[in-house]
Design a protein around this ligand. Sequence first.
Ligand code: SF4
Length: 204
Amino acid sequence: MNTGFADLAQLAAAVRDCRRCPLAGLRTLAVPGEGPTQAEILLIGEGPGQQEDRQGRPFVGASGHLLQKLLAGVGLDRSQVFITNVVKCRPPNNRDPLPVELAACAPFLDNQVTLIDPLILITLGRFSLAHFLGPGARITQVHGRPTRLGDRLLLPMFHPAAALRNPQWQQALEADFAQLPGLLAAARRSRPPRPDNFTQLSLF
Ligand code: SF4
């Protein structure tokens, strides 16, 4: 399903006013996501944390610092990728999003994927993984294994917050990020070039 917005600015405005699920009454600010409208890479986390809820921006706390470091490790700045979450409002005390919240918010994410049309989708954590591969996909088994989804690649990874708690997962996250330059080059070869006004990312 898809919310049917024709551009990302309209979609972001709708997210900020959204009251489709009970998280609307608990948030400070909704967090639609941010990045270039035609990003080649779309990263999808779980939901906003405390800092994100206060600032209305994704991945601005400790997880965001790690994500920025991982992106820099492959020659990318966060301004070059689009970053969002499966639920756009903060679940209280950072609890897991509930099925009713995931279902209510999913059309916004599907609409973002359609509008951005990225070459590579990176799921960060099990909730965004489940959105694309279903509840049976185990992150410990599939992280770092690219899967073709139509004309794009899905690359599942651990969530940076989980990696901050577990040094082993941080190593796995670094190894999974190291695949990005090669995967991006392969993804570009397998799809026709973007319109003239599109600027390709340069990676190491
Ligand atoms: S989490 Fe999503 S569906 Fe729920 S209120 Fe926020 S934007 Fe709307």
